[in-house]
Each structure stands twice: as C-alpha cells, then as structure tokens.
Design a protein. Structure first.
Ligand SMILES: NC(=O)c1ccc[n+]([C@@H]2O[C@H](COP(=O)([O-])OP(=O)(O)OC[C@H]3O[C@@H](n4cnc5c(N)ncnc54)[C@H](OP(=O)(O)O)[C@@H]3O)[C@@H](O)[C@H]2O)c1
Length: 328
C-alpha cells in the first residue's frame, strides 16, 4: 500500500516526508482495518513531523483523522463492525497513522458515519471538531452562562466551536485575522473582533459592559491565555487548548474562575478506556450534527493524497481557513 511516511528519526521537516510502499497492517484481536477514503490534516501532524514520538518505529506513517470503509475486523468486536461499514476516528499519535491506503486502529475510538454524511465531511470534524466538542460539552459547565469568546474563529477548532456555541444558544464573540473575516461570517458569530487591528481586551469589555465573558476557548497559546484573564467574568471558565496562563500573581479563587484544558489524544496515551470510548461518542455526536445540517461544512480545500505535504505546509503557514481534506 501507499503511505506517507517519516522515513527515519533524523527527518524533522515536511519536505523530508516520502510516499513509500508498505505492507498492509496486520490487526490485533481488538483492532479493525480500514480502507481510507478521506483524511483530515491538522496542526498536530506538522508538530509531530518536527517533534516525533518516542514509541515510533521507522518508517512512521503520519496522520490521525481517518474516514473509510471497514475491510477486516478482529475477534473482539463488541461494537459489531461489519465489512463495508463506513467509519471515522481520531487515532493514537504514538502509533502508525492514516495517511495511507489502509490503516488499523482499536475498535473503541471508532464511530459509524451517518448515511447522508460524506467521507470528506466526516474526516473534517475529528481532531478539531472533537476538541471543540470536548471543550464545550465535556469540560465547561454551560449552566447560567451567556457569553463565550472563541479565539481563532477561522481555525479548524474555532469554526466548529462557534457553531456548537451558537447551537447551545451562547452569545459568541470570536477573534479572526482581517482576511479570514468574510469566511467566518457564514457561522453567524454575534461579534467578530479583527485581532490584527483591534484591541481584543478593550473590545470584549466594551461588548460586555465591563463584565467580561463567561467562557473562553483559546487555541492560540499561553500568551493569549494570559491576556484572557482580564477578559473573563466572575465565575468564568477559560479553556486552554495550547497552553495555560501563569497564575502565580493572579487570584483565580477570588474571581471564582476555572482554567481548564483539553488534550484530546491523551485518552489514547493514558490508556483511559472510558475516555477512548468517549472519542467515538463525540465523533458520533458530530456526525449526527452534520447529518441533521445543524453543523455546516468547514472544508475549504480538498487535495489528493500525494499533495498532503504541500497541504501541511499551507496549514503551517496559516494560509487556510477551515479545513483541508485529502482523498484517495
Ligand atoms: N490540545 C489538544 O488536544 C488540541 C486538539 C486540537 C488542536 N490543538 C491545537 O490547537 C491549535 C489550533 O488548531 P486548529 O486545528 O484550529 O488549527 P488551524 O486550523 O491551523 O487554525 C489556527 C487558526 O489560528 C489563527 N490564529 C493564529 N494566531 C491567532 C491569534 N493570535 N488570535 C486569533 N487567531 C489566531 C490562524 O489564523 P490567522 O493566522 O490568519 O490569524 C488560524 O485560523 C493548534 O495549535 C493545534 O495543534 C490542540
């Protein structure tokens, strides 16, 4: 089979990736083998190219977000997957991935794709969609909360988070860079802040009568998370996806606030079976939202398998709004 690999431990750049012919993976009793139809590209893919994982053997097959057809099932198959089932999943980054014609994974994290949802659509809501879902529906308590700031609304996580927050009837503010604003408008956030030309803190305080927002989803990083503390209301929650603020000089408890975090793939790494099962539950929820048209497509570019390296480069260079999907 064709696979996009990091050939050796020394390769740490996207231009060192190679397409190689590898054997189709053998499965263990609790795994399934999938023929890939579409895969999603994520920042974690290029981060792994430069960072690698200590458990990898080489050549290592890259890719975490998979949508395809079941072609083999193991003897342990409590979810009763059948050959030909259309499935999708976010896989374990410490193992060989899905930028290949075939990939295997543990049955636990796998969900069925609803009939009316394409492989491409399914692949577009995995790492990013499940992170947004986990932030809003697993970590934050929405009771009594009215407002949310979602950073990077044009990103894979942000554009799904805006939609989930609107479905949850929150008032949504989002930060977007100037040239991506028009694309984000389709998701109908209540207010878009152009973070390149506006002062986000000042704007949030203006928009909330000086109170701040109840909830924040931060996919930007710890520096922005530090600034978020001044934007967060009493009893608010700050969801950090890419690093926490320093709290040494901040009285979190006086404000009744929480700082939360998401590490989606950590479920695999920590062998927490109920949380691995929950990856499939969240995929299923997102699949149903797509099937019922409550969630709108964020796919902005569909490329061929061979073009994945240039797609990853575009993602790294922040050229993309929404999501790039590769098909076979
Ligand atoms: N912890 C986890 O489990 C987890 C899971 C998923 C993703 N992540 C991480 O979360 C981050 C976002 O993922 P993604 O899939 O949404 O990436 P993405 O699709 O590449 O989107 C990133 C977005 O951030 C915007 N951006 C950059 N700096 C910004 C700033 N200062 N303020 C507002 N927006 C800014 C970029 O647009 P402009 O450059 O045009 O502004 C881009 O639209 C990545 O670092 C990813 O690795 C973590």
């Amino acid at each position: 089979m064709k696979a996009l690999v990091i050939p050796t431990p020394e390769i740490k750049q996207i231009n060192g990736l190679k397409i190689q012919d590898l054997a189709i993976p053998d499965i263990h009793e609790d795994e399934i083998l999938v023929k890939l139809h579409a895969v999603g590209l994520n920042p974690v893919d290029f981060k792994l190219v430069s960072g690698h994982h200590p458990n990898w053997t080489y050549p290592h097959t890259l890719g975490l977000d998979a949508a395809g057809e079941v072609i083999k099932v193991g003897s342990i198959n409590p979810k009763h997957f059948k050959l030909g089932d259309r499935v999708f999943y976010h896989s374990d980054l410490s193992k060989d991935g899905c930028f290949a014609e075939y990939a295997k994974t543990n049955y636990r994290c796998v969900a069925k794709i609803p009939d009316s949802v394409s492989y491409q659509e399914a692949a577009s809501v995995l790492c990013n969609g499940m992170t947004a879902y986990s932030a809003i529906h697993r970590k934050m308590n929405l009771t009594g909360k009215k407002t949310i700031l979602i950073h990077a609304g044009a990103g894979g996580v942000g554009s799904i988070a805006i939609q989930l927050a609107k479905i949850a009837q929150l008032k949504v503010f989002t930060t977007v860079s100037t040239h991506k604003i028009d694309w984000v408008k389709q998701f109908k956030p209540d207010h878009i802040i152009d973070y390149k030309t506006e002062d986000t803190t000042q704007k949030i305080l203006e928009l909330t009568d000086g109170v701040g927002v109840d909830l924040i989803v931060n996919t930007v990083g710890p520096e922005e998370a530090q600034k978020d503390l001044a934007r967060l209301a009493y009893n608010g929650a700050l969801m950090t996806i890419v690093g926490e603020p320093k709290l040494d000089d901040y009285n979190l408890s006086a404000m009744g606030q929480s700082v939360l975090s998401v590490n989606l793939g950590g479920a695999h790494q920590h062998n927490n079976l109920s949380q691995i099962d929950d990856l499939a539950v969240m995929a299923e929820k997102l699949g149903n939202l797509l099937a019922t048209k409550k969630l709108h497509s964020i796919i902005t570019k569909t490329i061929d398998f061979d073009e994945i390296p240039s797609g990853l480069k575009d993602l790294l260079d922040r050229k993309i709004s929404g999501k790039i999907i590769a098909t076979f």
